[in-house]
Design a protein around this ligand. Sequence first.
Ligand SMILES: Nc1ncnc2c1ncn2[C@@H]1O[C@H](COP(=O)(O)OP(=O)(O)OP(=O)(O)O)[C@@H](O)[C@H]1O
Length: 220
Amino acid sequence: MLTINNLSLSIQKVPILNDIELSIEKGQTVGLIGRNGAGKTTLMRAIMGLIELESGEIFYKDTALHQSKAFKHALLGIGYLPEDRRLVPHFTVEENIMVPLWANKNADLKRVKWVYELMPEIGRFADRRALTLSGGQQKLVALARALVVGSDLLLLDEPFEGVAPALAQRLMEVISSLKQEHLSVLISESDYSHSEKVVDKVYSIERGSISTFNHDAVVA
Ligand SMILES: Nc1ncnc2c1ncn2[C@@H]1O[C@H](COP(=O)(O)OP(=O)(O)OP(=O)(O)O)[C@@H](O)[C@H]1O
């Protein structure tokens, strides 16, 4: 479903990603595990079309994502939870969740309803401004926003980072439940402590290169 071939890129002439090969099949949850600075965020941003590649290809179904504009990703059913959440602080939770749909004429409002059913706690603070929420609650909202457009593929960049244990557990439940929806998920983490429970296979990334690849992660 998503195939990355020989992807390399530099930022300000410094090589950051080297010859990355990665694939995700439909319905798979895939881990991308590496320390701070390993290149996880850069790879997610490259998949989202936010950084230009130096070489290589990214195919999503039949679409060459490396030749596609970033705004098209939402139309293709790809949702993204950035590491820093990127909520609009003065918008309400509901407005933040709706932002990706504003530019989408084919927006599926049934999907918004489904997201609220999947995460009922979001409905309880729908009218609050994003800046009044805890970091963990903001991650839940950012996940809801990613799910509203991410009907096929979700890119989750360190969803558990800085989140209190109870909310991390809740995020984990929601992410685990996505398997029933046959969503494909790429989830990055620095130490594999949470994603271990949900992933089907794992890539380790070290200094911009995939160092190991375990096709059959142990799923609890
Ligand atoms: N805009 C930028 N300018 C210069 N260097 C950058 C830039 N973005 C990323 N880098 C460098 O690229 C490398 C990979 O960073 P990246 O953020 O992708 O790592 P990461 O695995 O996501 O780690 P973290 O969890 O710390 O974000 C780091 O050495 C970082 O300093």
